[in-house]
Design a protein around this ligand. Structure first.
Ligand SMILES: CC(=O)Oc1ccc(/C=C/C(=O)NCCc2ccccc2)cc1OC(C)=O
Ligand SMILES: [Co+2]
Length: 171
């Protein structure tokens, strides 16, 4: 089912998530619900903390060349660890937990990551470009970090001003 996505400045977004110990039906249900929620909200990545579950679980499903999200390319990532980082790249990121705000973030261009799949099998992969960006963005969520904490001081001031303006408009 589609779950509620918590949004900035909900303090739970700064919680540090915990490792998954049991790869059971409830984990599978969480992954399925996260996928449905991400698609319903036009997302390409989602971390469990964004649906208020502080577990080291994230999913990524980028849009492919034909321009749609192929479920065959869905990555279900549990207990990820980055083993290696190479190069740097900048990309204008967005986040379902920080709606309507996009900003350039600098990240590693390529990473080697080790994680487990929904059955606990260990996978080691080298990711590049948008896959690497998305993995780093979602893994930051597991450490209680948002992309707006990685932008320059001036861009963060712009975000704060923008956010307050929208709050006033809504009030
Ligand atoms: C209005 C609004 O909030 O728009 C959106 C903003 C962000 C998003 C999704 C962002 C997302 O999936 N981010 C995953 C992390 C990531 C960021 C950059 C590159 C790779 C991975 C979707 C939005 O909704 C629509 C309809 O476009
Ligand atoms: Co995000």
């Amino acid at each position: 089912m589609v779950l509620e996505i918590i949004t900035y400045p909900d303090k739970r977004l700064w919680e540090v998530s915990k490792p998954v110990e049991v790869f059971d039906g409830s984990l599978h249900a969480l992954l399925d619900n996260m996928y449905e929620t991400m698609l319903a909200r036009d997302g390409i990545g989602l971390a469990a903390i964004q649906v208020a579950v502080p577990l080291n679980v994230l999913i990524i499903n980028l849009v492919n060349e034909e321009g749609f999200q192929d479920k065959a390319e869905l990555k279900e990532v549990i207990n990820p660890v980055i083993l290696e980082k190479n190069g740097t790249t900048v990309y204008k990121e967005g986040c379902l937990s920080v709606p309507e705000f996009y900003e350039e973030v600098e990240r590693a261009k390529a990473i080697t990551v080790r994680y487990q799949d929904r059955f606990g099998k260990v996978i080691e992969e080298r990711l590049e470009d948008l896959w690497a960006i998305a993995m780093q963005h979602e893994m930051d969520h597991l450490a209680g970090k948002l992309f707006i904490e990685k932008i320059s001081y001036l861009k963060r001031k712009k975000f704060d001003k923008e956010f307050k303006k929208r709050q006033r408009e809504k009030a």
